[in-house]
Design a binder for this molecule. Structure first.
Ligand code: ADP
Length: 276
């Protein structure tokens, strides 16, 4: 017997209990059902995301295979090869991000060691230079000696994900402001503010779901896998941090990672060296 309520799903079992008597056992299976739905959606999403580049790739390979060697110019062949490489790299990016996510999900918290976050921010800024198409990037309040106890590679990927997104979703001549500072309560915050396309309020709570994109076409065109914010949220959780998102459609967005005071350290000259 199963009975579904508005937001509750109860499994009701009648068990014989003595002569002419039954014991009624009810179990709330809402959580189990939710997990099962999430799992099914995830498998469907992964299959869909990989199928698209795979179909394009197969199409090009078949075309090349079926064409008589002489009928295709070197230029055409090279063009096809570039398009195929794009699709293969797209699949590679999706698989890499999925593997990263599954590693992050394996444990809810991490210890790590003191990491100089400012160095990671400067690195990320250098790396995203080539993505920039005339947006203005301002680096504000970077607290050079402010560190976090954590895993350097994870923090680096969260830092660069937010920066990459700001560049992806901010048109030419827009402004991006990056900051790394402490608050009065001793938290450390990394924030990336942009004057880009912004996000409608109903989309904001879903942004950190795997493969959730407001505009699928736009995200794909800019090379996004749809997993960046899911990864960032997991990195935040493992470091006891929170990811806050404020945005207004057409006006821009502010993404902030708030690290708890307990993770904050001061790092002197020597890199990765905590104060005594
Ligand atoms: P993607 O690879 O698609 O960028 P993310 O997980 O990083 O995946 O982001 C999920 C979605 O959130 C994006 O597809 C985009 O719709 C939206 N988004 C993320 N960052 C921004 C931003 N700075 N401005 C506007 N939209 C954003």
């Amino acid at each position: 017997l199963s009975q579904s309520g508005h937001d509750k799903s109860l499994l009701v079992q009648l068990t014989p209990y003595g002569v002419g008597q039954f014991l009624i056992v009810t179990r709330d299976v809402t959580q189990i059902e939710k997990m099962e739905t999430t799992r099914k959606d995830f498998v469907a999403n992964v299959s869909h995301e990989l199928r698209t580049p795979l179909t394009v790739l197969t199409g090009f390979l078949e075309t090349l295979h079926d064409m008589p060697q002489a009928s295709i110019s070197d230029e055409q062949r090279s063009h096809y090869q570039t398009l195929m490489l794009d699709q293969a790299q797209r699949m590679q990016a999706i698989v890499n991000d999925l593997l990263t996510l599954s590693t992050l999900e394996s444990s809810p918290t991490v210890e790590g060691e003191p990491v100089r976050v400012s160095a990671l921010i400067h690195n990320a800024l250098k790396q995203v230079e080539m993505l920039s198409h005339d947006q203005h990037i301002f680096v504000q309040n970077i607290a050079e000696d402010l560190g976090i106890v954590g895993i350097e590679s994870e923090l680096a990927s969260a830092i660069s994900n937010l920066l990459t997104n700001a560049l992806r979703y901010t048109p030419k001549d827009g402004t991006i402001t990056v900051s790394w500072y402490t608050t009065e309560t001793g938290q450390a915050c990394y924030s990336v503010q942009d004057t880009g396309i912004g996000i409608a309020s109903q989309d904001i709570p879903r942004l950190t779901e795997r493969f959730y994109r407001v505009d699928r076409g736009r995200s794909r065109a800019t090379g996004g896998t749809g997993l960046g914010l899911a990864i960032t949220k997991h990195v935040a959780m493992r470091h006891g941090a929170e990811l806050s998102i404020h945005s207004r459609l057409g006006a821009g967005s502010l993404f902030t990672l708030h690290f708890p005071a307990a993770r904050v350290v001061t790092i002197k000259e020597d890199r990765n060296q905590a104060p005594p």
